[in-house]
Design a protein around this ligand. Sequence first.
Ligand SMILES: Nc1nc2c(c(=O)[nH]1)N[C@H]1C(S)=C(S)[C@@H](COP(=O)(O)O)O[C@H]1N2
Ligand SMILES: [Mo]
Length: 397
Amino acid sequence: MELYDRTGDTTQTRPAAERDSLLVPPMRRVAARPETTPEPGGIVKPLPPDLFIRHGRSAEMRWEAMRGQGYHTPADRFFVRNHTVTPLIDARTWRLLIHGDGVRRPISLSYEELLALPATTADVAIECAGNGRAFFDTQQDQPAPGIQWRLGAVGVARWRGVPLAALLDRAGLTPGAVDVMPRGLDPVYVEDGVDQGHVRRPLPLAKALEDVLVAYEMNDRPLPADHGFPARLVVPGWSGIASIKWLGDVEVSTVPLSSPWNTRSYRMFGPGHPIGGAPLAAQVVKSAFELPWEATLRAGRQHILHGRSWSGTGRVVGVEISTDGGRTWTRAETRGPRLARAWAPWHLAWVPHRPGPHVLMARATDETGAVQPARARFNMLGYHFDGLVEHPVTVVS
Ligand SMILES: Nc1nc2c(c(=O)[nH]1)N[C@H]1C(S)=C(S)[C@@H](COP(=O)(O)O)O[C@H]1N2
Ligand SMILES: [Mo]
């Protein structure tokens, strides 16, 4: 098995034309459009309207789609966040390169070689940093630009793959290595006419060595095209942007790296944040009901309210529910695993009596003591909405 590329060319081991042929059809350049304009194509899997809300090139899961599901989010309803379009990559010609001045020898792995390495499995949530952004506008009167997700830009899957640490070890880290930069093979991202290059975001070496996977399976099947086939990064607890899909190469560097995805976006800007902003890392605490938005429930009957809570900083240790707009709170019962970096499913019985509109809220606490506040702290790009979401339901007699 030829694992080591000894050409000495650390950026590319094959001619650009051949590299482009990895994509079927060949890479397309697509200009960015407002995220709210629906666009045909882009996502390969079906997006039935009972499971998804379309947001331009991306698709949000409807939370009622998790009702009756097990711990994991099935791939057919897992949200998709694409900067451009899902590329169709031929695994027979795909290679993963690990290169840069932070490794002793660049390596190049085929799909088969990757699958032959010792693998691990982990139940991990992937969540967009902008999940919940719509509520800055609808609940706090602080609209932020970007996809107006409610709470469906999150999912938990069972990922199987090779620890990034093992690949870095094969390439031989140099003592001065500090950052890694994974890069996707999807088309380059063009924003306001400016070519930002391929989607990529640096990761500190410490995190890369901790628990990051180069995943090739999602829920015991090869990764679906929309979720990064043939391989993607899975970065537990961190903003979804860290989990680069359609991984083509990982640069390892002895100097700190940057890209538009850690300097311009995926940064906390605004009052209370450092001048120049602060890069995002771990996700915050959130909760969602497995109910339609504006669900209708019958009065005088017992309903079991189901939902899930999650946090990027630790396992969820408690969830309280309010059915009266936040005046009173009752502890929900958790069931099944409550893994750190995945989620905790919960439920609570409720018998509504008064017909009319009601507001349901769920408030979770994680093991670090982080608890969902009444209001989320604003930031200009609308990330990390951890406030109490007012879920509207109508009780009918
Ligand atoms: N190559 C590439 N990787 C990517 C993206 C992308 O557009 N291109 N989107 C990122 C963002 S912003 C998120 S939230 C997650 C979403 O993963 P999913 O589409 O599998 O749910 O993928 C990340 N990885
Ligand atoms: Mo994202």
